[in-house]
Design a protein around this ligand. Structure first.
Ligand SMILES: [Zn+2]
Length: 106
């Protein structure tokens, strides 16, 4: 398990699946390069902000830019934020794993 309580098999599965940010679709880098931007560094994301939900449906990877914007906001609320409007992030543009979570939420 990593420090977020994600078992290794799930960690590997999600890393392989989410090479691009599940929200904005940017291609992510796994760690920061010296002098580079940290915006596209991959971070762990609970789509539904509940650390107890450790499933392939809720654990995903998003860029640190989206992660810091989303913070602890509810996904549906965050999608209405100026950040998402600016970056054209909406329920149709997000990755399938996020769409599935949105559908379940309704
Ligand atoms: Zn992003």
């Amino acid at each position: 398990m990593n420090k977020w309580g994600i078992p290794l098999w799930l960690e590997n599965e999600v890393i392989a699946r989410d090479t691009h940010c599940v929200y904005c679709g940017v291609k992510m880098i796994s760690k920061m390069v010296p002098g580079g931007s940290r915006k596209t560094v991959a971070t762990w994301e609970h789509i539904i902000n509940d650390a107890r939900i450790v499933t392939r449906e809720n654990i995903s990877r998003c860029c640190s830019s989206c992660n810091s914007s989303k913070g602890s906001k509810l996904l549906v609320d965050w999608l209405q934020s100026p950040y998402c409007k600016k970056h054209d992030i909406n329920e149709n543009s997000v990755a399938d794993v996020v769409k599935a979570a949105l559908k379940k939420d309704k």
